[in-house]
Write a protein that binds this ligand. Structure first.
Ligand SMILES: [Zn+2]
Length: 344
């Protein structure tokens, strides 16, 4: 493709070649991002044996984790901000700078568009300073949970629900809204929660958020994140079996197939055999033979679905990750059917 006897080139030719190649590199980068959008739209990464676009970029295309993460994030933002493609092509910015402002772009379109226009021709360091202006420092907050925006509720009842607190114990206490009041008001009350987090907890929260991006379909509002965390905890530790079950179903920890399995009670021995046979990892293989191999969020999948007469035998069960379980269900039952089942 290239003439490798570079030593015969003049200095000017070397310079012109570098400029040309950089331009081609930018074009390719943008084209690749558009292809990633298409890939994800068609679930091709799943068909090819990868549980996420990120895993495909790392394990198949050989990107470093940080580079892969930037490409996933930016490809998902191009639909919302088409100007990103133009900026990347012209060299006004790069993926690293865009990545620094991606959180603002994700949550606030107005601020995002403004910020995009401000980062033109800025270095990463300059962009970091710009972003910090969008994250004004706030004084350390006093902890509390208090009701807000109480629509159509008489003032005297609102007063009953105010309980400013400043310690963790009180914070828990404050969740105990008087039962009669709760019955009449709960549909109309929201709560404002404020607390500060240690660096350690903040990092753990970040890790948990990364794990639930797919489940929350990218809607990473803190309310959704905390809801997910609390439901998972209740699903595992609630002493009330009903609460445990409802939360497992609602949060997708138990899907329709698992429910069917529950009803028909797959013998533990069968489960053990299937997990052992599949090495406790996702057994999905693409037509090219790429095995997913994911070791978390594993589920049992009926090769011939129960709805199609499949049974609970070892031969008819396989271990797959949640992403591939849903992908396989979409292949069999159709995208719309699976979407409604997941939402139920
Ligand atoms: Zn998988």
């Amino acid at each position: 493709m290239f003439d490798l006897s570079l030593d015969k080139l003049s200095n000017e030719e070397v310079k012109l070649n570098i400029i040309r190649l950089r331009k081609v590199e930018r074009e390719c980068e943008v084209e690749l991002l558009f292809h990633l959008i298409e890939l994800e739209k068609r679930d091709l990464h799943l068909a090819w044996g990868y549980s996420s676009l990120f895993m495909y970029l790392v394990n198949s295309l050989g990107y470093a984790e940080a580079s892969a993460s930037r490409r996933v994030r930016i490809s998902r933002l191009i639909g919302k901000y088409p100007e990103i493609a133009t900026m990347l092509r012209s060299g006004n910015t790069n993926l690293s700078c865009l990545s620094l402002i991606s959180k603002v772009l994700e949550v606030d379109s107005d601020k995002g568009s403004k910020l995009l226009s401000e980062i033109v021709d800025k270095t990463c360091r300059e962009v970091e300073e710009l972003v910090s202006a969008y994250r004004p420092e706030v004084p350390r907050a006093k902890e509390y949970i208090k009701p807000i925006k109480v629509a159509r509720v008489p003032k005297d009842k609102v007063k009953e629900l105010e309980f400013p607190t400043n310690s963790f114990c009180n914070l828990q206490e404050s969740l105990k809204v008087p039962e009669p009041v709760l019955k009449t008001l709960q549909a109309e009350i929201r709560y404002e929660v404020r607390c500060s987090l240690s660096k350690d907890i903040k990092e753990k929260l970040g890790k948990a958020q990364n794990l639930m991006v797919h489940k929350l379909k990218g809607d990473m509002a803190l309310e959704n994140v905390f809801g997910e965390l609390i439901d998972c905890y209740l699903a595992k530790y609630s002493k009330d079996k009903k609460v445990r079950k409802v939360n497992r179903v609602q949060k997708g920890l138990m899907n329709e197939d698992e429910l069917a399995v529950k009803r028909k009670a797959i013998p533990s021995q069968v489960k053990r055999e299937v997990y052992a046979r599949d090495n406790f990892c996702c057994s999905y293989r693409s037509v090219d033979g790429v095995k997913c191999g994911k070791e978390s969020n594993l589920e049992l999948d009926h090769i011939t679905p129960v709805a199609h007469g499949g049974d609970n035998s070892v031969a008819n069960l396989r271990v797959v990750c949640r992403e591939h379980n849903q992908f396989l269900a979409r292949e069999v039952f159709g995208r719309e059917f699976v979407r409604t089942k997941i939402q139920v």
